[in-house]
Design a protein around this ligand. Sequence first.
Ligand code: F6P
Length: 403
Amino acid sequence: MFNDSKKLTVILVGLPGSGKTCIAKKLSRYLNWKGCFTKIFCPDLYLQKLKVLESKTSCMDGQEEKDWNTLSMAECLKDLICWLKNSLEAKVAILDSENLLRDQRALLKKKLETETGSSILFIESVCNINQILVDGENTFACERRVQQYQLRYESLDELLDPNYSFLKLFDVNKSIVTRNVEGHISALIVYFLINARFHSRTLYFSRHGESEYNLQGILGGDSDLSLRGVEYASKLHEYFTGVKIENLQVWTSPLKRARQTAQLFEEKAKIWKCLEEIKAGICEGMTYQQISELYPEEFRSREKDKYNYRYPRGESYYDVVVRLEPIMLELERANNVLIIGHQAVLRCILAYFLGKSTEELPFMEVPLHSVLKISAMADDYHMQTISLNISAVSTQLPFNANL
Ligand code: F6P
């Protein structure tokens, strides 16, 4: 999908504490999830490394005061350029630093354009001083630093920077201004940032209860819940009644096993077609054993590259990721949602929050009869697996199963 897109360098602009790192992480997670390989480069991390190295290798006497900021930026740019130029899969590099001065930005733009051949997109985060995201202990020092920087800060400006491609986010994205944004990836970034939210929230996920087909190891189809699956549906409802979540919304796949699992929730469950399980095409209704005997070539191809493998007349994991896009953007804004879905679909959704690679994604463990709770704080996501203690079969196909 991104093979023909020109590489891109995103240069962040903004005061300390204006949410740049959060924006960088969120953006990188989203682009990587879509298969657009993205890496963040942050001079501050080089600064720490350089200082440790210096303290180990030099004696303190007679040393000249070093310009650490210039040194760390130079090291960081060296790596960024090398990655973007030499890595075949590299698509987007994000430079996470302040870049507050117009001259400094002009130099960066010229250097990165010439040395990487990439397009440049500036993303500026403009925050009201009272909303600066300072961390507790350092509040005072950080506020002083911000005030000093503010005196010299030159914001991106459509009259003074007429040829720049840029995007300005005000108060973490209450409003957005774009200028000269061109190209597929940049358009995708704008679309995502318009929808992205940075608030703390909790999301819940569960597979449907064990189904009749799960008991027989059969893929796909539209079977009913097994007896244990029915038991899980009521335990799941009991669990959410017990934890009393305000305004809980329930989103479910239209397949019978998922709707039967959602049945007891008073709130009318919202049905999303895009939450249907991966389509196994000609292999629907078969067990892994049957597929390996009837279509050994197909079975082997899937084993070699499970993420990209597309079942004949069916889907690949990549196809599922693409069809999930609308629900992911809704989830960005949502809080207290329980999604009742399926193994492959939930792997795709959870991989987004947990930043899993396309190699890891198709093998993630999403056990039956467990609630997976994702808690988000700014851009840190944590997952907790809560087993509701009703036994069920395992549907996890071991890697290189050798059936
Ligand atoms: O076995 C249950 C199931 O949801 C199937 O319907 C689906 O084909 C499969 O899991 C997906 O898992 P995997 O990609 O590991 O085969």
